[in-house]
Design a protein around this ligand. Sequence first.
Ligand SMILES: N[C@@H](CCC(=O)N[C@@H](CS)C(=O)NCC(=O)O)C(=O)O
Length: 213
Amino acid sequence: FFSICHLMPLTLYYYAIEGGRVGCIRAALLHAGVEFEDKMLNFQEYSQMKAAGTAPAGMPCLEIDGKQMTQSLAISRFVGKKSDLYPKDDVQALVVDEVMDIVQDVLTKCPQDPDAEVKKKKREEYAAGKMKDFFDQISKRMTEVPGPFLLGAKPSIADMQVFYLLDMLRMGFFDHVEPTYPDAWQPLVAHEKAMAESEVIKKYREYFASKKP
Ligand SMILES: N[C@@H](CCC(=O)N[C@@H](CS)C(=O)NCC(=O)O)C(=O)O
């Protein structure tokens, strides 16, 4: 990382929130110990940038030497490789990639509807059906090797993606899905606790608390 990124200015664009799609990326950048400009935009700043045509094509966005890159998983993987949070072993990398894509599926397949009642019904069906299947899959992976993390003793970017998915639920970001939803999966609750106590998350939380506007 140092060879590339110490020479290239890095700027991260996202809202001033700890988790969501940016938590893994900021935490990994801090873990790597690289300098980056952390552009935490509020909603007003973001809509002004959109109106002026200066907003990134998507958020989160990592600008590397003036080039703006989007897609949270692609950025997570890039930063993960540079911060020793993405495995070099191809099979382990496949496990990490799979879990990260399941987390994205949970987010992107979550149903929407303009009608409030229909949305509620669709969300309840999702939580009891497809979303449950995704959680079963992630939880099963968490039990396949001695933990506390997906690949064993060291956390990876997949662990951070899972942690911030649970965090979004705990914060009530999913309308009509209870914040206690993950409690049905004991391996995920144990994982959540281990992540909250990990150095990578503790360091990031301290940073975020000091930085938050
Ligand atoms: N697949 C994209 C999804 C990005 C996405 O939906 N970002 C949201 C914030 S989490 C966003 O940019 N919303 C503002 C907008 O679309 O104008 C990724 O993983 O980065």
